[in-house]
Write a protein that binds this ligand. Structure first.
Ligand SMILES: NC(=O)c1ccc[n+]([C@@H]2O[C@H](COP(=O)([O-])OP(=O)(O)OC[C@H]3O[C@@H](n4cnc5c(N)ncnc54)[C@H](O)[C@@H]3O)[C@@H](O)[C@H]2O)c1
Length: 258
């Protein structure tokens, strides 16, 4: 174990499963003090418990990222209890397969609220408490924020919004001299509950065909493991990425290289 995040206070949203869980665990392995936030308090407690059992530092917090008041109380509570907030990873998200002709306005708005507005709320709250001493904000977008996929128009829009919002926030923080870096990460397909549920929502034959075709579209021939995304987030969160802001790191097995 090295200590690339030694003594850094790191908040990870959606930390109770999948990519967020892997980020929390990698951060803790590198000496971070991790706040595992999730709308599902049991899963947040499980991840924090795993980290503590392994000798790391973590606490669980229940949070719905769409709630502006909860953002402010969470961030202020962290600063009050732990002295600062050094890293925020805006990871929480949902993925729903719904082609444009079937999408509803309600479904569209829910997607933008959870995946994109939450990133605005979190980034704004983090800047407020980080601007005295600097920090790193990492926003989890997707390859679906760079290229289109006809099955997920609302998801595409939300992740594209996260991508360009990240650059805007990064430029603002640089211009103000806050020492806050803001970057986005764009995973390809990762073997998490989100992808399993999305494929499970398709008729069985369509789901199987999608999975088979998917592998042919990934040059490395496999989906990612969550820790492979977490390692990239770790780099951006750490001081090793001190000259990176407003950038987008693609981690997709070559999917978008064609
Ligand atoms: N899995 C992939 O292939 C993939 C690819 C690209 C990007 N992503 C992105 O990575 C992020 C994590 O996805 P994952 O695959 O780990 O999914 P996941 O479903 O395994 O985990 C998402 C977590 O977010 C939490 N969450 C959902 N809504 C929330 C809310 N309103 N407030 C707080 N927490 C909430 C869930 O409880 C869950 O713990 C998402 O932003 C997703 O869009 C995933």
């Amino acid at each position: 174990m090295t200590e690339r995040l030694k003594s850094k206070v790191c908040l990870v949203t959606g930390g109770g499963s999948g990519i967020g869980e892997a980020i929390c665990k990698r951060f803790a392995e590198e000496g971070a003090n991790v706040i595992v936030a999730d709308i599902n308090p049991e899963s947040a407690r499980r991840v924090a418990g795993d980290i503590s059992a392994a000798g790391g530092k973590a606490v669980a917090r229940e949070q719905d990222v769409t709630d502006p008041d909860l953002w402010n109380s969470l961030v202020d509570g962290i600063v009050g209890e732990l002295g600062s907030l050094d890293v925020l990873v805006n990871n929480a998200g949902i993925g729903v397969i719904m082609p444009i002709e079937q999408e509803t306005l309600e479904g569209w708005r829910r997607m933008q609220s959870v995946n994109m507005e939450s990133v605005f709320l979190g980034t704004q709250a983090a800047i407020r408490v980080m601007k005295g001493h600097g920090g790193s904000i990492v926003n989890i977008s997707s390859i679906e924020g760079i290229i289109g996929e006809p099955l997920v128009p609302a998801y595409n829009a939300s992740k594209g919004g996260v991508r360009i919002f990240t650059k805007s926030a990064a430029l603002h923080c640089a211009q103000e001299g806050y020492g806050i870096r803001v970057n986005s990460v764009h995973p390809g397909y990762v073997g998490t509950a989100m992808v399993a549920e999305a494929i499970g929502s398709m008729p069985p034959e369509q789901g199987l065909a999608f999975q088979q075709e998917l592998l042919t579209r990934i040059p490395l021939g496999r989906v990612a493991e969550a820790v492979e995304i977490a390692n990239t987030v770790l780099f951006l969160a750490s001081d090793e990425a001190s000259y990176m802001t407003g950038s987008e790191l693609v981690v997709d097995g070559g999917y978008t290289a064609r």
